[in-house]
Design a binder for this molecule. Structure first.
Ligand SMILES: *[C@@H]1O[C@H](CO)[C@@H](O)[C@H](O)[C@H]1NC(C)=O
Length: 269
């Protein structure tokens, strides 16, 4: 089924969208948005060829019609959202990015997805001036990035990301980057550098010749094809401090290839 949205679809709190067992594409126009909502699971759909939308009236939470400003053409955009789980998605080829976590969004888990064919993949943190994103915590785990992802897997501003057990099938500019003092625990990922071009995994913004400070740590990552990772030399690795219920198993990087083989929408028999 191809769903061609006329306006962005705003998902309300306490909703699960589950595409298992069917073949659903949200395609060719407006896409998904989670705006001031919480406790949402979305699973198992394909979202691609999303396009920018002019401002206009949309149906918001509780069925209220509300004005929504212009949007850039992301597959999924989170605005002031929390407790969101995005699992087993296949996302590609959108006009802006694939996934944006912005404006004070936090407690977001992005797992088992397949991101491909995209310049700007994932943005965590709204903009340089949005200080509330300091409290942002995002977990990026068991995802497959590539082929043809260029940058932002993710790009982090202000907040914290735990990025574990993902497979990076090359990049163009970089894989993980950030500015505005972001922090990162990169753990047991497999970084396969592109054959030609940049081998460095990370990127950090330089303004007026000064490099932004950051706390990027790499723990147990595996590097192939000459990939390298510039990490901070001092201090302690910043832990995600999961509760007992939030804890999950991070496996050795040598298992990442097989672990991410089922990333994206699960194939139905
Ligand atoms: C986890 O707790 C430690 C100790 O209190 C703290 O320094 C660190 O910033 C916390 N991690 C996050 C992601 O908030």
């Amino acid at each position: 089924m191809n769903i061609n949205l006329v306006k962005p679809l705003l998902i309300s709190s306490f909703i699960t969208i589950d595409g298992r067992g069917v073949d659903v594409h949200i395609v060719d126009n407006a896409c998904l948005m989670i705006y001031k909502a919480t406790n949402i699971i979305i699973h198992g759909i394909r979202v691609h060829h999303c396009r920018p939308q002019a401002s206009g009236m949309v149906m918001g939470p509780k069925g209220n019609i509300m004005p929504l400003g212009q949007v850039d053409g992301d597959a999924i955009r989170l605005v002031s959202a929390s407790k969101i789980w995005i699992d087993h998605y296949t996302l590609y080829d959108c006009q802006d990015g694939l996934l944006d976590v912005t404006r004070g969004s936090t407690d977001v888990t992005i797992s088992n997805n397949w991101f491909r064919e995209q310049n700007k993949v994932m943005l965590l943190g709204h903009d340089d001036g949005f200080l509330r994103d300091k409290n942002m915590k995002v977990t990026v785990v068991y995802n497959y990035f590539g082929p043809n992802c260029h940058q932002r897997m993710p790009r982090i501003r202000h907040g914290y990301a735990h990025v574990a057990n993902n497979l990076y099938m090359g990049w163009v500019q970089y894989a993980i980057g950030g500015n505005m003092k972001p922090s990162l625990k990169s753990q047991s990922n497999l970084f396969i550098a592109p054959t030609t071009g940049k081998k460095e995994v990370t990127w950090r913004k330089t303004s007026n010749g000064v490099r932004d400070t950051w706390k990027f740590y790499s723990v147990g990552d595996a590097f192939e094809n000459g990939a390298s990772f510039i990490e901070i030399k001092d201090g302690q690795v910043i832990k995600p401090n999961y509760s007992l219920e939030q804890k999950f198993k991070v496996v050795d990087a040598k298992f990442v290839r097989s672990l991410t083989r089922s990333s994206g929408v699960l194939r139905t028999m």
